[in-house]
Design a protein around this ligand. Structure first.
Ligand code: OAD
Length: 255
């Protein structure tokens, strides 16, 4: 760790004493793993494409091949990516806090690969595939030259099991995320532009309950002026330092 962070002692004490911690993560958490974010001006995924051209059911109906191929490209990128020190620091934190929940907008599975056990995937997972018509997860399908491949049961198109604009979140997941966000001692918002609802509402709901909210993001967001603490830093640098400052005796492993 080559950079020193000046953490307020009150935050370190609060984290050390916390029984329940909830963390909301967004694409910025995976940026240091080489997975592009969505909204950054030069490098964000949406700087090259309009979201409604690729991430809506209408776009898929109109051009299923283009949408399938875009997700196939992202799936490959995610498979080749590895969790970064920020992911590992969150996995480490889970070992110290009795009830630790990661609520993520990311579809890349990197929190689970780092070792976090309780992860609520608000926007699904790019690693899973489902039937466009039946909405059921499909584990495997026969080799085919069709793009996208047909559902082996009904013949409809297969699609990634992610949430597109205009679609509902997976059943019951937001209720679980809200309960975790309003019933914790400490809430973190990490690497998210706080732009997309309902995920962005979780930090505000936590604040309404009087919960300490910590934001980690190199850029200011709408949440920044409201957060109890705001660190304009990269999560892959700040989180390992925060864990080391909070539990100094603990061996950091991969962090
Ligand atoms: P965005 O691309 O909107 O925001 C990423 C945030 O990460 C930005 O605010 C960056 O400043 C910040 N960031 C960049 N590098 C970082 C780093 N190293 N450490 C910490 N933060 C960093 O991504 P999300 O907020 O995740 O939804 O976007 C939310 C949703 O919008 C996505 O889940 C996706 C998208 O449309 C769907 O596809 C449904």
């Amino acid at each position: 760790m080559d950079r020193k962070f000046d953490f307020p002692p009150v935050l370190i004490d609060k984290l050390r004493a916390a029984r329940r911690v909830t963390v909301l993560t967004g694409a910025g958490t995976s940026a240091e793993s080489g997975v592009p974010t969505f909204r950054e001006a030069q490098t964000g995924l949406w700087s090259k494409f309009r979201p409604e051209d690729l991430a809506t059911p209408e776009a898929f109906r109109q051009n299923p091949r283009m949408v399938w191929e875009w997700y196939a490209w992202r799936r490959e990128l995610v498979e080749q990516a590895a969790p970064n020190p920020g992911h590992y620091a969150l996995a480490r934190t889970e070992t110290f806090v009795p009830s630790f929940t990661v609520v993520t907008q990311n579809v890349d599975g990197l929190h689970q690969r780092a070792g976090n056990k309780k992860v609520l995937e608000l926007h699904g997972s790019i690693t899973r595939t489902k039937c466009f018509t039946e909405n059921t997860v499909v584990e495997s399908w026969p080799e085919t030259s069709s793009v996208p491949p047909p559902c082996p049961k009904c013949g409809s198109h297969l699609r990634p099991d992610v949430v597109w604009f205009g679609e509902a979140l997976p059943d019951g997941i937001f209720e679980r995320a809200l309960a975790a966000s309003t019933g914790c001692d400490l809430f973190f918002s990490i690497g998210t532009s706080s732009f997309v609802y309902p995920a962005a509402s979780l930090a505000h709901e936590a604040l309404r309950q009087g919960i300490t909210v910590v934001e980690i993001n190199p850029q200011a967001t709408d949440l920044t002026p409201k957060a109890t603490f705001s660190f304009q830093s990269r999560s892959g640098e700040l989180l390992p330092a925060l864990v080391a400052a909070t539990w100094p005796a603990a061996h950091m492993g991969e962090c």
